[in-house]
Design a protein around this ligand. Sequence first.
Ligand code: 9MR
Length: 451
Amino acid sequence: MRSSRTPSRACLAALVTAVGLFAAGTGTAHAADTPLRDLAAAKGKVIGTAVTGSKLTGTYGDIAGAQFSSLTPGNAMKWGTVEPTQGSFNWSEADQIVAFAQAHNQQVRGHTLVWHSQNPSWLTNGSWTSAQLGSLLQNHISTEVGRYKGKIAAWDVVNEPFNEDGTYRSTLWYNGLGSGYVASALTWAHAADPDAKLYINDYNVEGVNAKSTALYNLVKSLKQQGVPIDGVGLQAHLILGQVPATLQQNIQRFADLGVDVAITELDVRMALPADSTKLAQQAADFKSVVAACAAVARCVNVTVWGFTDSDSWVPSTFPGYGAATPYDENYAPKPAYHGIAEALGGSTTTPPPTGACTAAYSVTSQWNTGFTGQVTISCSGASLSSWKANWTFGAGQQITQAWNATCAQSGAAVSCANASYNGSVPDGGSVTFGFNASWSGSNPLPTVTLG
Ligand code: 9MR
């Protein structure tokens, strides 16, 4: 063999190991973490989540019960759910959530009594006089609030009454009853449960703007008239990197009016796919929202709108967006979870992964114009269900063929994804794929990362 065709021993044996992706997802947060509800309690705050009743078992139920001190039924208490046919009621999911909360020493935020959306069709399709509409609404509020009297810490009595410019939204209620429907609804709710805190809840009112100022002026005027109003809910359906700079100032101005404030529906959506940069920004966003609430004594509750990405309204409403909650779809806590914990005084470091999967690159043979390489992905204390091995060639090498993976090269950047049959790498196991490539001049070994 001519020496030019003979790979050196060193080259053949060379291995570059790059620490790749951690994959230590377990169902719950790191064992040493203090539950969010305990961190919140130490700061005099309540931390909540919206829930779906049918999911409150298994890991979902374990996390909902262990981490949160308040539950909001995501849909179970809306008029369309509880009275799908006039006079015929379905309280099953609402009852289930209230019972779960009581069993786990949690508050319940009732959501929501007066809204323009998710109403039963018999109501929205009916043609009602103003008097009929008023008595339908009074009856609905008395029935629902009365049923759960003493069991609901706070009600979102009126949901989303304003347009973005601060004018009243044109709804069944506003059009039929005038702006006085807000005061009437609060008064009827108070009569049915004098101990429940009564809120007006809206979105895009987190910062100081025209809409939040309209809400501010309404609350001020209701207070002056002696209408029972105890709080405002700032929903906080936010976009990555866009926490309003005036959030804390806005919370404070409501508190200064003499009402409580709750962050009622917090989520932070991002363009998919998520990556580590976006997840770090999301952690910072969750942290700053929770910190703004923690900084104001009358901000009493932060509730996330679903705690897991598998139970979020975002992907179906904003196609291409998601990953908006603090837990991933497999119930592993995301950086956002730790962002919340940090704002509540918890651990300031993300716990290290308990295991790792790594990628090792080697050249198994080399000749004057080409070489054969392989990459072995090994897991220890972690596992993968799919993988991508990425590297950058340093000297113009070009992949010509790959096996046991699908490789794409763009310039010097190579990305190889698992084949349909070898995406799974179990704890303690490994997967190898190979490729042929061209080279000239030199053939330095790249560092492979998993992603
Ligand atoms: O999370 C709720 C989702 O399951 C429903 O499909 C949706 C219908 O509008 O309502 C969602 O919750 C909303 C909440 O009740 C009020 N604020 C906006 C929320 C997201 O749409």
